[in-house]
Design a protein around this ligand. Structure first.
Ligand code: ZN
Length: 425
């Protein structure tokens, strides 16, 4: 008798063209994130997905709804008993810039879905339409084998991941009732590594108020004698901002040295400054200065701890500066994007073991990794869902860059592993 692994392998071999064709078709739908680039019909990709999935007749429901003015979500549902299980992906992609368009492989364009040299090409091939497609094709395999997973399953796809949005994507899906305690995110994980830990992230602005002075009076601000604290002759906001930046750099170094997690490399906690802008006239000391940036932090620190470490560093500068004591810097978190708390699921969580077992079934040992870049997994975790990332694709296959692809073998391997995994659910 054929065992389940052989059955799955044979079924994938038999339907290979259909599974590759599905991904090619998906890649032919331009799903550039409407907040990041031009997309004349941002609903088209999800309409295609809905229609295609309906044609398979293997899901109990395909739910498509619009969310916000330009976004939409699709959830494919199979009913069952017990705790639901979620698979989460995103259909949107980053735009292809003009320069990228020119440098992209000519015979396999960004929306071609072309198969060349055993690789499937297109913007989003690795990030993350191969990951989106794989568990759906796995369900196709199981359907052909007459196997129906027992648990209710939600295969969820948003259009607003690449711009860091949560309201119209993940939050909208949960609000619509598709909630589980466990979730697999199919983002590219270095060719199916198991990722139970992802860094936390937040963006910030710090606004520092100074006191402007004529440049001819600068010496009074440097050597102020005879002035009391209430009568400071001037304070340069840029110089105050530099002091804050230096204090945050000290914190960055300290955390980078000593905060670790079994799955992260050291130095993974970083504070990046992306902009600094001052107000004031050219012949005066800067009267205000705004620093913009972000902090990425090790999954072993909680979001609250990260906020506290960050704010405390700024407070240390405030405490030792008489001017700042009276005019404390204004710290704004979040700035631009919602804050992303870290993902830190126990490496012994049953999902990790089940995914590792599905790799072993095909003769492969799973690699466990942490991820330095954040995704919707962070928002799902924020909803109290244990979230593990595992998906085909890798950054080195042109993610957010030129000539993006996914190797056919990696994609088919993912279908096999998900199928095995789902057959046990
Ligand atoms: Zn992605």
């Amino acid at each position: 008798m054929e065992n389940i692994v052989d059955k799955i392998k044979n079924c994938i071999e038999k339907n290979k063209d259909e599974y590759i064709g599905f991904l090619s078709g998906y890649l032919q739908q331009d799903s550039t994130n409407p907040a990041l680039g031009v997309n004349d019909n941002p609903l088209a990709c999800h309409m295609w997905l809905q229609k295609k999935l309906e044609s398979y007749q293997i899901f109990d429901k395909i739910d498509l709804w619009e969310s916000g003015s330009d976004f939409s979500n699709v959830v494919a549902v199979t009913e069952g008993e017990g705790e639901p299980l979620m698979f989460a992906g995103h259909s949107d992609t980053v735009p292809v810039t003009e320069t990228q368009k020119q440098e992209w492989r000519k015979d396999a364009g960004p929306w071609s879905g072309a198969v060349k040299d055993n690789k499937i090409y297109g913007r989003g091939a690795s990030d993350m339409k191969a990951g989106d497609a794989a568990p759906l094709m796995a369900m196709h395999v199981l359907h052909e084998l007459g196997i129906k997973p027992k648990r209710p399953l939600y295969f969820t796809y948003v259009m607003s991941e690449e711009n860091g949005g949560r309201e119209f994507g993940v939050d909208s899906i949960i609000e619509r009732g598709y909630k589980a305690k466990e979730c697999i995110v199919m983002e590219p994980s270095n060719n199916l590594a198991i990722v139970p830990a992802i860094q936390g992230e937040f963006y910030f602005t710090i606004t520092v108020q100074g006191l402007s002075y004529h440049i001819a009076s600068r010496h009074h601000t440097l050597y102020p004698h005879g002035y009391d604290v209430k009568n400071i002759p001037g304070k340069n906001a840029i110089e105050l901002a530099i002091e804050i930046i230096q204090e945050l750099q000290k914190l960055e170094k300290e955390l980078g040295m000593y905060v670790t997690h079994p799955l992260t490399e050291s130095g993974s906690t970083t504070i990046n400054f992306s902009g600094i802008e001052s107000k004031g006239i050219f012949s005066a000391g800067a009267e205000e200065c705004e620093i913009r940036g972000s902090m990425l932090y090790n999954p072993s620190i909680t979001q609250d701890e990260a906020f506290k470490l960050f704010r405390d560093a700024i407070s240390r500068v405030t405490e030792r500066n008489f001017w700042l004591r009276e005019h404390p810097p204004i710290v704004k978190i979040p700035y631009l994007l919602s804050t992303k708390p870290p993902v830190n699921v126990d490496i012994n969580h049953p999902l990790c073991e089940q995914l590792a077992e599905s790799a072993r079934a095909f003769g492969k040992e799973s690699v466990f990794e942490s991820c330095l870049s954040t995704s919707d997994a962070n928002y799902l975790q924020d909803h109290g869902i244990a979230t593990i990332t595992m998906g085909p694709g890798a950054n080195e296959y042109g993610v957010h860059s030129i000539s993006e692809y996914v190797p056919v073998d990696v994609y088919l391997d993912a279908i096999g592993r998900y199928a095995y995994f789902l057959s046990k659910m």
